[in-house]
Design a protein around this ligand. Structure first.
Ligand code: FAD
Ligand code: SF4
Length: 511
């Protein structure tokens, strides 16, 4: 009997039990395909990163004696379509059993489920052995509850995995959450260590992608590719984070600076989302490093990091499987506008947007607060259709896979799910941006001005948004204070604000 096992591009988990034994009757299959490069316009670095990591993974399998068929994009037998490729291989290799790991994207999950229904072979779908929850754990945990509060889920996960716990029931350090201490602006100090960069030469893959005519966004220095695309490289990013960045991670998690793309962030999302690193391995390594260096690393830095992975990352995955496919169509605030052209060029006088977008185009990366409070904030304030916003986020970031992209974008950032992930919309005027960043001091606009030519666009957009979407927030307690302030606004001033906001929404290219 001959079995074919499919490995998708984001299933590069070397620790999977599939690989415990070498079996001559098992053939592994991996493929670079137009089906995957073209379902959305990706950043060039995202395509190169995934292809390179897949090639390294396939080499690793071969080195261990496994049989692998690897289709490069330009392989003569590659039909560019997953199920056509599979059918072809079933015939050519007399396969009688097909196995795959459960995909994390709904799109691929459906495709493979339907495919298995249509074929006559024996089939089996197995777990990826990557996440700390199953697809349905979150839904089970919140069953019968009205709100899906991340914090409760996170505490449950801390207990379940016995992470930073005392006596199995109390949180280490006396608190579950040190979030309030994680809110500092970065003012040039502490010094940010040079990034743990790579100089991998991916020019061959780059040439292949260009020759194929694949449409991409952003730029790349393909001879000096800067992301980890093998497990050893990914582990070295993790070690670098522990030794150099962890001690300030929590404090500057929300800070933004025009010249510092990464600050103290880990840049581990791509390594984890492609499954080169396991989330528990990351958490355990960070905690053990902290235990050995408690005199220089405060618990708040570590808890802040653990919460992102043990809490938010698993939570988003659970929401995705609970709410798809309807989630993809949600647009609770009925937003209809297009995303401005400058999201692809960074050509805008608004300094915060200019830098957050420029950096995204250059590095396929922006950290959480740039995604949420700069690009996401502007898209929501200008009432952009969530489909437009999703397509941009799903394409531009190297870590963007739908299960974690759509829940963060449509849910957390755009409030299109009506408050499942976020209890209130993440919108702000310029003052929040000024509080957390060094963008405003060198901006064309004045952050303190509300009206007039030099007024920061976020200020008028903010009040206009609250006014236009008022009816959606009437029963939202967390919006009471802001809605009260809106009520009290001087009508003339409000009229000026609305007028300016409308100009910005109609002609974003002029700003
Ligand atoms: P760090 O700041 O060092 O955090 C450590 C890890 O925590 C990350 O690697 C990530 O695995 C996890 N994490 C942190 N925040 C979140 C979160 N909100 N949801 C899930 N995991 C989280 N993350 C993605 O992995 N893919 C996406 O496509 C994606 N799209 C986003 C879109 C928007 C609009 C927003 C607001 C956030 C998005 N995020 C996404 C979450 C977050 O911004 C990134 O995980 C993070 O910036 C990755 O950089 P890092 O590895 O340096 O993270
Ligand atoms: Fe952004 Fe306004 Fe600050 Fe300029 S002044 S950087 S537009 S928040």
């Amino acid at each position: 009997a001959k079995t074919l096992r499919l490995i998708l591009g984001d299933q590069l988990n070397q620790k999977h039990s599939w690989y415990d034994q070498v079996d001559d009757d098992v053939l592994y299959f991996m493929a670079e395909m137009r089906q995957e490069t073209d379902y959305v316009t990706h950043h060039i670095q995202k395509i190169l990163g995934f292809f390179s990591a897949m090639r390294n993974f396939s080499q690793w399998l071969e080195d261990r004696g496994h049989s692998v068929i690897y289709y490069k994009l330009d392989h003569p037998d590659n039909t560019q379509d997953l199920t056509k490729n599979l059918n072809q291989l079933f015939k050519a290799h007399h396969i009688d059993r097909f196995e795959y790991q459960l995909p994390d994207e709904y799109r691929l999950d459906e495709q493979l489920k339907n495919f298995c229904n249509d074929i006559s072979l024996q089939t089996q779908a197995v777990d990826t052995e990557h996440f700390l929850t199953s697809r349905t754990d979150l839904a089970d945990f919140f069953e019968g509850k009205k709100t899906l509060t991340m914090e409760y889920f996170y505490r449950h996960m801390r207990k379940k995995y016995n992470i930073m716990m005392v006596n199995d029931k109390d949180p280490e350090g006396g608190k579950w959450n040190f979030d309030h201490s994680n809110r500092k602006k970065w003012k040039g100090e502490p010094e940010i260590p040079p990034e743990r960069g790579f100089r991998t030469d991916l020019s061959e893959i780059h040439k292949m992608v260009k020759d194929a005519g694949i449409k991409t966004i952003g730029s790349v220095d393909a001879e000096n590719f800067n992301w980890p695309t093998s497990r050893p490289d990914a582990l070295s990013v993790l070690n670098y984070f522990c030794s150099n960045l962890l001690k300030h991670f929590g404090d500057y998690q929300d800070a933004m600076d025009p010249d510092q793309a990464y600050l103290f962030h880990s840049r581990l999302s791509f390594a984890m989302n492609s499954k080169m690193l396991h989330p528990l391995e990351v958490i355990e390594k960070v905690i053990s490093h902290w235990r050995e260096h408690k005199e220089e690393i405060d618990i708040s830095q570590v808890e802040g990091f653990v919460r992102q992975i043990l809490g938010w990352r698993e939570y988003m995955r659970g929401i995705y499987w609970m709410k798809m496919p309807g989630y993809r169509r949600s647009n609770k605030l009925d937003n209809q506008n297009e995303l401005p052209e400058f999201y692809w060029t960074a050509k805008t006088k608004m300094n915060c947007l200019h830098h957050a977008i420029k950096q995204s185009l250059e590095h396929a990366y922006a950290h959480h607060i740039q995604r949420l409070m700069i690009t996401g904030n502007y898209a929501l304030l200008t009432q952009t259709h969530p489909d437009e916003v999703d397509a941009w986020y799903l394409g531009i970031y190297i870590d963007a896979l739908e299960w974690v992209e759509i829940t963060n974008t449509r849910g957390m950032s755009q409030f299109a799910d009506g408050g499942i992930v976020a209890t209130k919309p993440y919108v702000s005027s310029g003052s929040y941006i000024n509080k957390m960043s060094n963008y405003c001091s060198s901006c064309h606009y004045s952050v303190s001005k509300k009206t007039g030519e030099k007024a920061c666009p976020f200020n008028s957009l903010y009040w206009n948004f609250l006014l236009e979407k008022k009816e959606h927030f009437e029963n939202n307690q967390r919006m009471n204070m802001m809605m009260g302030m809106l009520e009290k606004k001087d009508p003339d001033e409000l009229e000026q604000l609305v007028k300016r906001a409308q100009e910005i929404i109609k002609n974003p290219q002029n700003f």
